[in-house]
Design a protein around this ligand. Structure first.
Ligand code: GDP
Length: 488
């Protein structure tokens, strides 16, 4: 009902410019059609992207779990047959792991890859995806059925089925040996190891000739914890299509994440209730994501670290994101007709938000604005296998995305997910070294895209390493991870 809306009179497009379609039951997943009430997108999806999403939905439905095509394809997999008789149904199964931010980045990357290569995307059913997110595709499920024939949880970098090992053992050709490409037989499935620890041969996934080979493999099983989209933009065979899908290149995650991710009702209820209780009435919402990567002993990993508190405050004040504190206390004490700024912080620790609140309670601000700090939870440490913990984390990613301005901690995929959903270019706080406040404490992001942390730096054509942050104007090194790549 409309009383849920923070501002019921504001026009909003519940279908997000055509990314979404009507027809899903609203009650079973309220966030799907309500997301737009809480966000202003800076960009409209291209008609071609919308056309391709509809095509992908049709494919997911035609080949998904329960269909004749799926039964046939999984039968072939069970019998390790390599001839593919259901030619227009090829699959990409994504193994899910890691924290929630990483998961959102990896699912988005896998989905884009599936779309580019006309595969059906299926995701790991054992990692609570169903508790966190509603089904994105109409009339079918993206969860891989429980009777899936392969024990994919056991695949590791050392598995002989991994693409890297197949190349090394010359089972297949790819870009390492042209004479083998096409000459050998096509395996029924290939395991793609694209985790942070991947090696030279695994990374050849990002070469065009290897993509040509993989195109013929009916089942790809992928394990990744990364946003590898920037490297897809560097594969010549995908460039035209990507240009048509995303005329504004830096909106890939923004559009695809809003298309794919719809928090389940419990989570969405928490988010909207919190928003309406604490954030809706403020004149401005400043969202601050505090993620701490100090390497000191595990017990004090999240602090309290005064240098991080100072970094947050100097970033917010230098960039005029939070009101300036008055130097002449008492004189400017008349508060101005209840103007408030709401600060939404997320962190595993409550210390930072308590300190920020204390600062503003003890001093008045120059223009009399009141600052109120809210932090929904403080979980103390990461527990990515705990259902309630993950639900809180997802709620907080969405609350961060509802800020008018956003400050994030560099390196963190949690923050990338929030900025991407919001369509905001955040101020990124640099990672501190030796307990010093970095100078400057933060920098405005070049784009709303996430950073690909472990990007390969191999030039497939020249067959040597090169700086891939310099080969295309729209793929650059990240602000926070100097060796990473991001689309700008
Ligand atoms: P990254 O490690 O910062 O890149 O982000 P991930 O989301 O992949 O993993 C961190 C995990 O730690 C999250 O998914 C949460 O489970 C937990 N976590 C980290 N920061 C927060 C926070 O601010 N709030 C909550 N609720 N959980 C957090």
């Amino acid at each position: 009902s409309d009383d849920l809306s923070p501002s019921p009179h504001i026009e909003y497009d519940r279908l997000l410019g055509g990314l979404l379609i009507e027809g899903f039951e609203e009650k079973s997943c309220r966030s799907r059609y309500q997301f737009a009430r809480y966000h202003n997108s800076p960009s409209i999806p291209s008609p071609y992207l919308i056309e391709r999403l509809r095509k992908q939905e049709a494919l997911q439905k035609k080949c998904g779990p329960g269909t004749k095509a799926y039964k046939e394809a999984s039968k072939q997999l069970r019998s390790r047959q390599s001839i593919n008789v259901t030619e227009d149904c090829n699959y990409l199964l994504l193994i899910i792991h890691a924290g929630l931010g990483n998961r959102m980045l990896e699912i988005t990357s896998a989905f884009l890859y599936a779309l580019l290569t006309n595969r059906i995307l299926l995701v790991d059913r054992y990692k609570e995806i169903a508790n966190l997110f509603c089904e994105p595709f109409p009339g079918t499920s993206w969860l891989v059925p429980s009777d899936f024939p392969l024990n994919y949880g056991e695949f590791t970098q050392n598995s002989p089925e991994s693409y890297g090992n197949m190349l090394q053992n010359k089972v297949v050709g790819g870009s390492t040996d042209r004479s083998l490409a096409g000459g050998g037989t096509t395996p029924p499935y290939v395991y793609l190891h694209l985790d942070g620890n991947y090696d030279f041969h695994d990374k050849l996934f990002f070469c065009e000739e290897d993509q040509q080979f993989l195109q013929s493999v009916p089942w790809l099983i992928m394990r990744t914890d990364m946003y590898f989209v920037p490297s897809l933009f560097l594969i010549p065979a995908f460039q035209d299509e990507l240009g048509r899908l995303f005329p504004e290149k830096d909106t890939v995650f923004h559009h695809l994440a809003r298309y794919l991710f719809h928090p389940t009702n419990n989570i969405w209820y928490t988010v909207t209730k919190y928003y309406r209780s604490y954030l809706a009435k403020a004149e401005k919402r400043v969202a601050i994501q505090i993620r701490i990567y100090e390497t000191k002993g595990i017990l004090q990993r999240n602090g309290p670290f005064p240098h991080i508190l100072n970094q947050i405050l100097s970033c917010a004040q230098n960039e005029k994101l939070l009101p300036e504190i008055s130097m002449t206390d008492g004189a400017a004490a008349e508060t101005q007709n209840n103007r408030t700024v709401a600060v939404l912080t997320t962190s595993l620790s409550s210390w930072y938000s308590d300190q920020i609140q204390k600062k503003y309670d003890e001093h008045t601000t120059v223009d009399g604005i009141i600052v109120k700090v809210y932090q929904p939870s403080h979980e103390e440490y990461q527990r990515s296998k705990n259902k309630k913990h993950n639900m809180k984390a997802l709620a907080e990613i969405y609350l961060l995305s509802m800020g008018d301005v956003l400050i994030t901690s560099g390196f963190s995929t949690f923050g990338y997910a929030a900025q991407g959903l919001a369509g905001l270019r955040p101020w990124i706080m640099y990672r501190s070294e030796n307990h010093m406040v970095p100078d400057p404490p933060c920098v405005r992001a070049m784009s709303i895209e996430p950073c690909f942390h472990q990007a390969p730096y191999y030039d497939c054509k020249a067959k040597r390493d090169t700086d891939l942050g310099k080969v295309a104007p729209y793929v650059r090194h990240c602000e926070d991870v100097s060796w990473g790549l991001k689309i700008v």
